[in-house]
Design a protein around this ligand. Sequence first.
Ligand code: ADE
Length: 346
Amino acid sequence: MFVSNEIVLWYKKNKRDLPWRHTKNSYIIWISEILLQQTRVKQAIGYFNRFVAQFPDVQMLADAKEEEVLKYWQGLGYYSRARNLHYSARYIVNELGGIFPQQYNDIIKLKGVGEYTAAAIASFAFDEKVSAIDGNVYRVLSRIFNISLAVNSGKGKKVFREIAETLIENQQPGEFNQAMIEFGALLCKPLNPLCSECPVLEVCLAYNNGVILERPVKNKSQVLKKRYFAYLFIKSGERVLIKKRTQKDIWKGLYEFPLIEAMSEIKTEELIFSEQWLNIIGKSFELIKIIRPVLHRLSHQLLNVTFYIVKLSEFQKQSFYEDILLSDLETYPVPKVIENFIAELA
Ligand code: ADE
């Protein structure tokens, strides 16, 4: 088909030299794809190189402690992705004899692997003929075929899948899928598509109808939930209190300072007389500094985070928090907002 052939030809000439394109190793491709769900190619390369150097195969990842895996993910957000990688590595080692599944239908059973990722791994590593449709590919297809169905609707997904399946028919699946992704990432870009360089411009229906920037169509997602966090950075000598997040919530498995969460903006006067403050800090403290709200956006939440730097002569007697050496703080996996706070302290 003209469109597929042209895009693959374009890919052969223009593709980037990316580390995960030098391998057919399914484990390595899996790691790269999960990372790429989380971040842009440029940032992913560093994380990818560090991650696969530390955990070069599924056994090494399975043998690692969860905390170590999270440390290699630190700063990327969506830590459940790292936890799922670790969980699935153990599943592969314990239940599948250490052999990475080799077919789409089995790959998709791995925790954290959806349709796109399973298709990417199955086609890149095993040349299975399945279409890997990520955001790039949705955009390319919606433009060339001028599809106004929402990419996140059931009907839309079905139509995009059918078109992609037709396009892949006479192609090498791995190469074709990579070509579509790369074409979307480099040429058919969201805001500034390079239409003047496009090899399929003549047949691009969205271009011919003047609606390039109106494609793809997406249904609006749910409203943002607002949360208000007060982190208590409590120092006593060279020690500081931290705690691991274990509840089913954002940042599970990461460490944080003692936290007081509220439904609305927390006033300092109210906070320092609150029961929680008294429980954690007590009545005798020195409030050194308040770092005013930092807004931190997650996919469906907007966090309003304030840091209170407090000095105590000694910690309260309770086992709820760990007291650790300040100099050891950087060895713990922490959320990005806390990482930024620590960086500013230094
Ligand atoms: N985005 C998702 N998967 C990708 C890949 N394999 N190469 C480049 N960008 C990607």
